[in-house]
Design a binder for this molecule. Structure first.
Ligand SMILES: [Cu+2]
Length: 164
């Protein structure tokens, strides 16, 4: 359970953390990352923006097998670039539930200094599946609820936890 707004919601954390831990590497190193899936559903981790062998990219059913419940998957790839990137689940709405984090790859000549990663994300207390359903329906549900379309707002029920 996570609570960012005063309302607790089911979420997905990595090592107990949302966002997931910042992974720090040095350019030229080989990253070895073991993903233990302790959930009862499959998962995936995509290394967003990293240049790596196709089979390490982490997009399930496209270039990496999904990580099944209870399974451990080891990613191994050379770090040929530097900079700050992020990683996230590429399965369902797991990213929206909290499965994302940052990756920092330092240049070899970089002087040692204290650095901070600022990671911005959005959060909803609603079930992300519900959000996706409303968005896909093409209805102006979120505008209506915010009172941007006053005429129809009265006719529609408010989304509550009961509608999940
Ligand atoms: Cu991505």
């Amino acid at each position: 359970m996570a609570n960012f707004t005063g309302k607790a919601r089911m979420a997905i954390a990595v090592n107990g953390s949302i966002p997931a831990p910042t992974l720090t590497f040095n350019q030229g190193d080989t990253a070895i990352i073991r993903v233990h899936n302790k959930m009862k559903m499959e998962t995936s981790v995509h290394w967003h923006g990293l240049l790596l062998p196709n089979e390490e990219d982490g997009v399930p059913y496209l270039n990496t097998a999904p990580i099944l419940p209870g399974q451990t998957h080891t990613f191994t790839f050379p770090l040929i670039q530097s900079g700050t990137y992020w990683y996230h689940s590429h399965t369902g709405v797991q990213e929206q539930a909290g499965l994302y984090g940052s990756i920092v790859i330092k240049r070899p000549e970089e002087p040692p200094m204290k650095e901070y990663v600022l990671l911005l994300s959005d959060w909803t207390d609603e079930n992300p599946h519900q959000v996706l359903r409303y968005l896909k329906r093409g209805a102006e549900w979120y505008s209506i609820r915010k009172g941007h379309c006053k005429a129809t707002a009265k006719q529609l029920p408010r989304a509550t936890s009961k509608t999940r």
